[in-house]
Design a protein around this ligand. Structure first.
Ligand SMILES: C[S@@+](CC[C@H](N)C(=O)[O-])C[C@H]1O[C@@H](n2cnc3c(N)ncnc32)[C@H](O)[C@@H]1O
Length: 256
């Protein structure tokens, strides 16, 4: 049966690659590399760099595939994502049939860790349900951007004995600061932190973590908010794209 490896490659620094991930890539016949359009060419370059550095298996080859763009108009967010996953599942299915022998192994190089705001696993399940190609799959964990953020700021993720919410910019107001004291925000296109008015809130922000372009800013939210907004806007213009993540926290350890 065909086997698919879902390999977490870390969040920007090629040295995030674990030995398990390197061994997995070297056991694959085909490495599937997504292309995301010119603006995010740098992300494709990081995957290529990882392949060039670590893949020593002379039998393996890479196959590029274009990731369709998610349609946002005329439907709800959930409908848009569902339609997008269906389109990607079709591409995956076609690649498995045409690029892999019946007992071949393929690998996806997944940004960060495959369990965190990534749909590769979900999409593979969808391909399986379509029933047109037989395969199984395994998952190799990677360093997430949450870990990269905390490491760069040299902070623990949680306050002692306290929970953490990992959320998106769209949903931040549902949890922080009223429900939880620590929130990690990913996929935030609207800089939701600017709407948080809590005078005790601290922010730990990072962009392009793990890459030579990494930027980190931290401090009391009310004092560094404008600096983060300006730095972010400037970096986004210079690169043509941005990936950023932040942790908001209020309160301190051992506070009742
Ligand atoms: C589609 S999610 C993928 C998350 C990934 N699976 C992980 O484990 O981190 C993309 C989001 O992750 C965050 N992210 C990933 N890599 C990052 C990096 N190097 N620097 C800053 N944020 C990053 C950003 O919030 C970005 O919008």
């Amino acid at each position: 049966m065909r086997h698919i490896l879902v390999v977490g490659i870390g969040s920007g620094n090629p040295e995030h690659m674990t030995i398990q991930a390197i061994n997995a890539l070297n056991s694959a016949d085909v490495l599937f590399l997504p292309t995301k359009g010119a603006k995010k060419a740098e992300l494709a370059d990081i995957r290529r760099d990882i392949v060039a550095r670590y893949v020593t298996n002379p039998e393996s080859r890479t196959v590029d595939y274009a990731v369709p763009v998610r349609r946002t108009e005329g439907q709800s967010y959930m409908q848009g994502v569902d339609e997008w996953h269906a389109a990607i599942a079709e591409i995956h299915e076609a690649m498995f049939r045409t690029e892999l022998g019946e007992h071949g192994t393929g690998a996806f190089l997944v940004w960060g860790d495959p369990m965190l705001y990534d749909s590769t696993i979900r999409i593979l399940e969808r391909v399986g349900r379509r029933g047109n190609v037989a395969f199984d799959y395994s998952v190799i964990p990677g360093i997430t951007s949450v870990q990269a953020l905390c490491a760069s700021h040299r902070i623990p993720l949680n306050l002692v004995g306290q929970p953490v919410v990992i959320t998106t910019g769209r949903r931040l107001a549902d949890s922080f600061p009223d429900i939880v004291e620590t929130a990690v925000v990913m996929l935030d296109g609207e800089q939701a932190f600017q709407r948080i008015e809590d005078p005790d809130a601290m922010i730990y922000w990072g962009a392009y973590l793990g890459t030579p372009d990494e930027i980190v800013i931290s401090g009391r939210l009310s004092e560094v908010k404008e600096k983060i907004l300006a730095t972010r806007a400037d970096a986004r213009t210079r690169h043509g794209w941005i990936m950023d993540i932040y942790l908001l926290q209020k309160g301190t350890d051992f506070e009742e």
